[in-house]
Design a protein around this ligand. Structure first.
Ligand SMILES: Cc1cc2nc3c(=O)[nH]c(=O)nc-3n(C[C@H](O)[C@H](O)[C@H](O)COP(=O)(O)O)c2cc1C
Length: 434
């Protein structure tokens, strides 16, 4: 019998393992494409079942070690070799807001060829900070200090985006130039909060409500930061529009109490975020711009009465700018019995967004593989477990055990401890656990 697919792979020249590997990859890619296609058009259920079962058979018949998270993906002009993204992680080790040489090792440890890394939240101006020792990107010294860090990631073949950040009212006089009040869309203060260590209490100063005519100046700080990030060598920027910081403060109706064109309706509340997007797209090009959003989160007293409407409004508006990616944070995980479950509420936004979609929040290997193969997202960002496992893609490939993260050392200023001392998988001979 003539079997053209076998001819295509010129089976005589391959050994059995190679052949099964090709077949497995081919069926998985087709399966992923079908799942994605299914999100956007209707395939009759019977045909869909048949197609999937045929391809599924191909996958199982072939190598059982094809891991959906480890399949390649083209994000705009970037050829990613896998779907595992380093989530932005504030580490508070940039003394005096200047990135330090120890970050070279930290980021290069977490780099794999063709892997996407998002740098920690990096403040856009002297009014943008609210935590000790966070890096900035508004001075020449900061730009120069980022360069060797970015170079190290590039040398290992990584793709590196800088998360640009303004904390807004999540700050106090001590972090502000001349001890002034932090700025926000509102003058409502935050209540004091207990730190992650469960002991220390952080207090926030009453913010000053930005005047309408001052808002373009803050938009411009983001624009300058994006230009500086590109000058430092980053491949692009991720706008931090999540977690109760300045952009999120404008978007969420629990915080924004303005009466000008930046408050009230959904359109008005999203205006500031979209002006930042527009300015940055104009400065560095849409193909280098991503944004992180957390419509469902209510960190820092920044919740919204209709998160789905907010998320949908934003992604539809973002489509007009054609930005590269939208990175969305899942709502907090829910305890269901003795298992913790991710609510998976991002699908409407994923469907509506035209660019690359990144999901984050509570994912492990199994859950990540599930959401990639179902087409729920294109990429998955990992925070705490990537922090503690510099070789996370390799561990996922081998289904190897993971190091546990130590919450106590997340934010200490030590240049090594809890930072670059998490061990790599030891032996090259570690065998696949699948
Ligand atoms: C130490 C630490 C620092 C973080 N810093 C940032 C940050 O700078 N920017 C941001 O958007 N999210 C930040 N996050 C949130 C993570 O990016 C991620 O969304 C969160 O940890 C949930 O994902 P995970 O369950 O994979 O850890 C931080 C989280 C941790 C644990």
């Amino acid at each position: 019998m003539n079997f053209p697919a076998l001819d295509l792979l010129s089976v005589e020249t391959l050994n059995l393992d190679e052949f099964l590997g090709h077949l497995s990859m081919l069926s998985l890619s087709l399966l992923l494409s079908i799942n994605t296609l299914q999100l956007f058009c209707t395939i009759p259920p019977k045909e869909l079942r048949t197609l999937k079962s045929l391809l599924g058979k191909g996958q199982h018949m072939a190598a059982s070690d094809t891991v959906p998270l480890l399949t390649p993906y083209k994000m705009g002009k970037f050829e990613l070799s896998h779907r595992i993204v380093l989530a932005p992680l504030t580490r508070q080790r940039s003394y005096g807001n200047v990135p330090q040489p120890h970050a070279i090792l930290y980021y290069s440890q977490r780099t794999s060829k063709g892997g996407l890394l998002i740098a920690e939240g990096t403040v856009v101006s002297d009014t943008a900070q609210g935590y000790p020792e966070t890096p900035g990107i508004w001075t020449r010294e900061q730009v120069e200090a980022w360069k060797p860090i970015v170079d190290a990631v590039h040398e290992k073949g990584g793709i590196f985006f800088c998360q640009i950040w303004h904390v807004g009212r999540v700050s106090n006089y001590n972090f502000q130039p001349n001890g002034q009040a932090p700025i926000s869309c509102t003058d409502k203060p935050l209540t004091p909060q207990v730190r992650a260590n469960g002991i220390d209490v952080v207090t926030f100063s009453t913010p000053r409500r930005l005047r309408t005519e001052e808002i373009p100046l803050v938009v411009n700080d983001f624009r300058t930061a994006a230009r500086n990030a590109i000058e430092a060598g980053f491949d692009g920027v991720e706008i931090h529009g999540a977690h109760g910081y300045l952009i999120d403060q404008f978007m969420k109706d629990q915080v924004n109490d303005r009466t000008d064109q930046y408050g009230g309706s959904l359109e008005n509340r999203c205006r500031f975020a979209l002006e930042v997007v527009e300015a940055i797209v104009d400065e560095i090009g849409a193909d280098r711009v991503g944004i992180r959003l957390s419509p469902y989160a209510s960190y820092m007293e920044s919740g919204d009465s209709n998160p789905e409407a907010l998320g949908l409004y934003m992604v539809n508006a973002l489509n007009k700018y054609g930005i590269l990616y939208c990175h969305m944070v899942e709502p907090r995980m829910k305890a269901v019995g003795d298992k913790v479950e991710i609510p998976h509420t991002l699908l409407p936004m994923r469907k509506a967004f035209n660019g690359t979609f990144i999901a984050a929040g509570g994912y492990d290997r199994e859950e990540g593989n599930k959401v990639i193969s179902s087409g729920y997202t294109d990429l998955v960002a990992y925070g705490r477990i990537f922090l503690a496992n510099p070789d996370l893609p390799r561990r996922f490939q081998l289904n190897a055990p993971l190091n546990k993260y130590n919450r106590d050392t997340f934010y200490i200023p030590d240049p090594v401890v809890g930072y670059t001392d998490y061990p790599f998988l030891e032996s090259d001979s570690y065998t696949n656990n699948e």
